[in-house]
Design a protein around this ligand. Structure first.
Ligand code: 5GP
Length: 251
C-alpha cells in the first residue's frame, strides 16, 4: 500500500466526511461523533462514537471479505479514518430484517420481536427530502434506478452480508435484528458493499440480557433516549474484537 495525501472534502453526511486523496482510486472517510435520528430532526454529539463505529465497521468489512463479500474497504488509519475504494453509490438503502422491529412494526401489524424466516428484504429510495420512501418493484422500474440484473445482484449481496453478519454477531451473543447497507459500483463495474456497518446501521440485541431496553446495543438507545449509547457501541466493539484480529492499517 502506498502513502497518500488528503484532497478536498467531497461530501459531508450525517455521520461521516468523505475526502478525495491524491490517488484517483482512493478515498478517505472520517467517522464523526455526530448522531442524528428521525431524518436529522434529532441531533447530538457523542464523544467516541466515530472511533467505535470506524473500528467496528473495519472489522466487519474484513470479516465479510473473508466470506466472499466484496467491499469498498481497504484499511484504517488512526482511530477514525477508513480508506476505501471510490464507488458510484446506488441510491437505494437496502434493509434486511431477521426480527421485526422499528418501521416494520409501525407500518404493519407485526409484533416487535417476531422472527422473520426467511429474512425480509426491504428497499428504500435514498432521498432525504422525501424521507427515504419504500420502493416496490414497479416503482424501481419506473425510476430506473437499477436494471433487473443489478437488482438480483443487490439482493444476493444483501443476503450474503446477512449470513456473514449473523455468523459474526451470533458468535458473540449479539442478535442481529436488522440492518441497512449501501452499495456502489466501482470503476471496474463491480458491485461493492459501501458506507459502514456499525450500531448506527444495525439493530443488535444482547442475548445475555432479557430486559428489552437493557439489551439494546445500537442506535435505538439514542432514538429512544435510553442513554449509554457510546458504552453500548463500546460493548459491541469489545465483543467483535474478541473474534477478529486488529483492523489492517492502511499505511
Ligand atoms: P427501520 O426501517 O426500522 O427504520 O430501520 C431498519 C434498519 O435499518 C435499522 O437497523 C436502522 O438502523 C437501519 N436504517 C434504516 N434507515 C437508516 C438510515 O437512514 N440511516 C441509518 N444509519 N440506519 C438506517
Amino acid at each position: 500500500m502506498t502513502a497518500y495525501s488528503l484532497g478536498p472534502l467531497l461530501y459531508e453526511g450525517k455521520a461521516k466526511r468523505v475526502y478525495a486523496t491524491d490517488q484517483p482510486d482512493l478515498v478517505a472517510v472520517e467517522f464523526k461523533d455526530d448522531a442524528t435520528a428521525f431524518n436529522a430532526e434529532k441531533r447530538a454529539c457523542l464523544a467516541g462514537k466515530g472511533e467505535r463505529n470506524c473500528r467496528i465497521s473495519a472489522l466487519v468489512f474484513e470479516w465479510l471479505e473473508g466470506r466472499g463479500v466484496s467491499t469498498h474497504y481497504l484499511g484504517v488509519e488512526g482511530d477514525r479514518w477508513m480508506l476505501v475504494r471510490p464507488v458510484k453509490v446506488v441510491p437505494i438503502e437496502v434493509v434486511v430484517r431477521n426480527v421485526a422491529a422499528g418501521s416494520l412494526c409501525r407500518q404493519l401489524p407485526i409484533a416487535p420481536g417476531t422472527p422473520l424466516d426467511p429474512p425480509l428484504l426491504d428497499l428504500y429510495y435514498k432521498h432525504d427530502a422525501l424521507g427515504d420512501p419504500l420502493l416496490t418493484e414497479a416503482r424501481l422500474e419506473r425510476l430506473q434506478l437499477v436494471s433487473s440484473g443489478q437488482l438480483q445482484a443487490i439482493s444476493e449481496l444483501a443476503m450474503a452480508v446477512n449470513r456473514g453478519l449473523r455468523e459474526l454477531f451470533g458468535s458473540v451473543d449479539l442478535e442481529l435484528v436488522d440492518f441497512k447497507i449501501e452499495l456502489g459500483f466501482a470503476a471496474d463495474g463491480r458491485l461493492l458493499l459501501a458506507d459502514e456497518i456499525s450500531p448506527d446501521t444495525c439493530r443488535l440485541w444482547d442475548r445475555r440480557i432479557s430486559d428489552q431496553s437493557d439489551r439494546i446495543l445500537d442506535k435505538d438507545r439514542f432514538r429512544q433516549d435510553l442513554g449509554g449509547v457510546v458504552e453500548a457501541y463500546g460493548e459491541v466493539l469489545k465483543r467483535v474484537q474478541g473474534v477478529c484480529a486488529q483492523p489492517r492499517v492502511y499505511r
